[in-house]
Design a protein around this ligand. Structure first.
Ligand code: UDP
Length: 515
């Protein structure tokens, strides 16, 4: 039996999406560095291959002991296309199938925790599971492990997402705007801010059934870890604490140390230090292109790891960007209705668009995946036209880059609302996958945010303030930042509850056995 620091074991269970895997891996690295505990990440076979290569691709001077264990999963058994285990590879109508299929991981996860418990002579110190895996709370309880739900979203976005799914407040009013339990009366939400599946949810449809069950179960955790910063999201975290009623530790941003200018042991480049996704352009070529442009002059456009816009929106966006006269990097993938992993066709953009902007060095059109961290941390990047996925939002704000919001699905519209209303760092250009977007509006908003006007200057200033708060939160040394303290506090709490949780588990087992 192993002993010493390695004896303590943390088991992690990320949801199968890029936007979840990336922060989970970053969290695993931080816990390993701070504690030396053994860490096991459990996931499906294809995601395990991806995670293992992401871990080994970052050449660190210290060796890692993070272990990735496969939970058996065959996508075809669940009616999913063969070899698809990640939202990224899935057409939208299959996403719910993946969610449902992910619930079947419970028995093999239980076996894994059981094996670890036998091997180490005690249950894992802690199970850190995605909030979408509420079923894992029961597994933790059976073994007496501390359990936290990890939300890879922000405080405000998570609070709104959970409260909306659990309470469906829009079903109790005909009004277009309404309040959401956990948020003050003055904070009104709009029907148009709800993801289409939530807007039509009645509590019995497949989306409601899965989300309401998993989120409800997740609230039985010992607490939540949240990828955000206390000082930046005071209001959102207050709402999250009110909605969940359990401790919340804001431990973000979970980004590579070098991206935050922290001392680090990684010597590979930023993007490949966290993911082995194949880039549509080599990071060094992207940096070279950016070097050519003046500070703050480039607009970066991306809709995250799994979303895309429709053909009409793509045309209007292209025309608006071209008319704005601003330099840009645009990560393009086939529009809605076409194979997202298929070839990109020139006809989806205005005639001669790519040739014109490439020749004049006005634009860089990148296929599928870009080195986002290199782009956002480059001084030439002045604004980010984003779908407001939380990782992208936080990455932009870490670098003081203001946002032009075009939220599409999930909790993205709440992030956009929060960044616009609470922080003043975002202007929403469009909302939702079906929004009508005109090129003139694209041009107007780009000018508003990147031009010389007061609004643009104010947004830039507020984004820089956010960046300062974010960097202060991850400070090491004499004056520990709030996120570092929160991570230590969470680990300390897990340690101090160890015996209490084990005793409770023993009592539960005894009751179950009829003693
Ligand atoms: N990302 C990237 N290059 C791309 C697209 C996305 O590196 O071309 C990364 C991005 O930096 C972020 C993650 O993928 O860390 C996307 O997460 P987010 O929460 O923003 O959106 P999601 O993909 O989950 O909708």
């Amino acid at each position: 039996m192993e002993n010493g620091r390695q004896h303590k074991h943390v088991v992690m269970l990320p949801f199968m999406a890029q936007g979840h895997m990336i922060p989970f891996l970053a969290l695993a690295r931080q816990i390993e560095q701070r504690t030396g505990y053994a860490i096991t990440i459990a996931t499906t076979p294809i995601n395990a291959v991806y995670l293992r290569s992401s871990i080994s691709s970052s050449t660190t001077t210290t060796t890692t002991t993070i272990r990735v264990v496969e939970l058996p999963f065959c996508s075809a058994d669940h009616g999913l296309p063969p070899n698809t285990e990640n939202t990224e590879a899935l057409p939208n109508h299959h996403i719910m199938t993946l969610f449902r299929a992910s619930q079947t991981l419970e028995p093999s996860f239980h076996n894994l925790v059981s094996t670890i418990t036998e091997k180490y002579g005690e249950p894992p110190l802690c199970i850190i599971a995605d909030v979408f895996f509420g079923w894992s709370v029961d597994v933790a309880m059976r073994f007496g492990s501390f359990h936290v739900g990890f939300t890879t979203c922000g405080g405000y976005g998570t609070a709104a997402y959970i409260s909306l799914w659990l309470n469906l407040p829009h079903r109790h009013t005909d009004s277009d705007d309404f309040t959401v339990p956990g948020f003050p009366e003055t904070c009104r939400f709009l029907r148009s801010q709800l993801n289409p599946t939530l807007r039509s949810a009645d509590g019995t449809d497949p989306w409601s059934t899965v989300f309401r069950r998993e989120l409800q179960l997740s609230l039985r955790s010992n607490g939540f870890l949240c990828n955000t910063v206390e000082e930046m999201e005071t209001f959102g975290l207050e709402a999250l604490r009110a909605v969940t009623g359990i401790p919340v530790w804001p431990i973000g941003p979970l980004q590579p140390p070098a991206f935050l200018n922290l001392p680090c042991t990684t010597d590979s480049n930023l993007s490949s230090s966290r993911s082995v996704k194949k880039h549509g352009i080599a990071p060094e070529n992207c940096i070279k292109w950016l070097d050519y442009h003046p500070p703050g002059s480039v607009l970066y456009i991306s809709f995250g790891s799994q979303n895309t816009i429709n053909p009409t929106q793509m045309m209007e966006l292209a025309m608006g960007v071209e008319a704005s006269g601003k330099a840009f990097i645009w990560v393009v993938r086939p529009p809605v209705g076409f194979d997202i992993n298929g070839e990109f066709k020139a006809e989806w953009l205005p005639e001669g668009f790519e040739e014109r902007v490439t020749e004049s060095r006005r634009g860089l059109v990148v296929r599928t995946w870009a080195p986002q961290l290199e782009i956002l941390s480059h001084k030439s990047t002045g604004a980010f036209l984003s779908h407001c996925g939380w990782n992208s939002s936080l990455e932009s704000l870490s670098q003081g880059v203001p946002i032009i919001g075009w939220p599409l699905v999930a909790e993205q519209a709440y992030n956009s609302k929060m960044m616009e209303e609470e922080m003043g760092v975002c202007v929403e250009l469009a909302r939702g996958p079906d929004s009508r977007v005109l090129s003139e509006e694209v041009e107007r908003v780009i000018e508003l945010v990147m031009g010389e006007g007061e609004k643009g200057k104010e947004m830039k200033m507020k984004a820089s303030e956010a960046a300062k708060k974010i960097r202060a939160a991850v400070r090491e040394g004499d004056q520990l930042g709030s996120s570092v303290k929160a991570l230590d506090d969470f680990l300390q709490t897990a340690l101090s509850k160890r015996h209490e949780n084990a005793d409770e588990a023993m009592t539960r087992r005894a009751i179950a056995a009829g003693q």
